[in-house]
Design a protein around this ligand. Sequence first.
Ligand code: SAM
Length: 202
Amino acid sequence: MTGNFIDEKAYYQAKEQRDPQTRFWNSSHGRDRRFDAILRHTAIAGQSVVDLGCGAGDLLQHAVASGAVPARYDGLDIVESFVAEGLARGLPGRFHSCDVLEDEWPVGQADWIIANGIFALAQAGDGWWTRYRRLSDKMWRQAKTGMAYTIISTNSPKRNEETRYCDPGEILNEAIARFGDAVLLDHSYLPNDFLLVVRKTR
Ligand SMILES: C[S@@+](CC[C@H](N)C(=O)[O-])C[C@H]1O[C@@H](n2cnc3c(N)ncnc32)[C@H](O)[C@@H]1O
C-alpha cells in the first residue's frame, strides 16, 4: 500500500514481468473497444488532452491511427518504464512520470482530461471511493471542456479479487451530484466496462 491505497506502481510492474502482453488489458479487443468509445464521445482532434495512467501511449497511438490527432497531448504515468516507452515511440505527445493522485501534475489545464483503466483496482475498506473521488475531483478542476474515464462494471461475467466492480447507476448518480448533469454513460461497447463523460457545458 502507498498511503491508504494499493501500490499500483508495484502492481503494474509485477504484471508486466508476468506477462507483457496483458500488462494493461487482458485483450487487445477490449482495449480497442475502450479507446474507440473514448474517441467517439470526446472528439479530441485538435484539442488539448491530458491522459492519466497513460501506460506506454496506446490511446494516443490509436487516436493518431484513427485520424484524431490532438493539438497537445500529455501522458502521465506512475511507472517510469512505461513513460520511457511512450517517449521512445515518436508519437506526437509528451510523457511524464507522475503519481497523479499524490503529485502536482507537471501540466496545466487541458480541454479533455482522460483516464482509461486507472480506477480498475480494488482498494481496502472505503479506499476505492476515497481514491476515486479525490482523483475525479482533481480531473474536474483541470478540465476545460470535460473529463472521461472508464470503470469496470458489475455487469462483468467474471470476478477476480484484484478488480473493483462498480454499479453503473450508482456511479452515474454520484457523478451528477458532484459535477452536474451534463453526463453521458456508455455501457454499450463491452459487457464488463463503461465510460463516463462529464462536460463543463452542454
Ligand atoms: C489498466 S492500465 C491502462 C493503461 C493505459 N491507459 C491504456 O489504456 O493503455 C492503468 C495504468 O494506470 C497507471 N497508474 C495507476 N495508478 C497511477 C497513479 N497513481 N498515477 C499515475 N499512473 C497510475 C498504471 O501504471 C497503468 O499504466
